[in-house]
Design a protein around this ligand. Sequence first.
Ligand SMILES: [Mg+2]
Length: 189
Amino acid sequence: MTQDQTPRDPRLLIVLDLDEACWSSHEDPDRPGQHLIRPRAHLGTLLDTLLEDFQIGIWTAATPGWAAQGLGAVLTETGTDLHTHARFLWTRERCTWRYDERTGERALCKPLSKVWRSTPFTKERTLAIDDRAENYRCAYGNLIKVSPDTGDASDRELLLLSRYLRTLKDCGNVRQIEKRGWRDQAERL
Ligand SMILES: [Mg+2]
């Protein structure tokens, strides 16, 4: 855990998704049925930015075991132990099942109100990074949606995201920022 948010530490909170945002998984050719986790291109750059300018929370709909496996792969690849730098690591149990009117099925989502009830952070001072917008349908104003990682080594999503996040680090109210065109903005930086 890092220190609490105080007047001396006014950094925004980033609630970071893991699967397809920070890594992709592939079947292990040597062990059928087993999967290997491959950290996304430029993940190290993103983590450097997050550690320098933000506080980090992790919220994944995965199981604790899968999250631990992936965070181990991230440590090996980037040298950063993301778990120790995170204020919290929330997994599937913290997600909420909601009825999705569009699909007619129940789906997991991540209501940020749970974060705001249990941490000092507010809705004005929280950003969520996720590849599934549906996870944040209760808080679209806090979301930066990233494309899902496909394992493409030339993928620049996290490099651009790092650039974009640096423009927001001193933002007083993230919900007043239009974030849907973030990638185009980052390309011009
Ligand atoms: Mg995801």
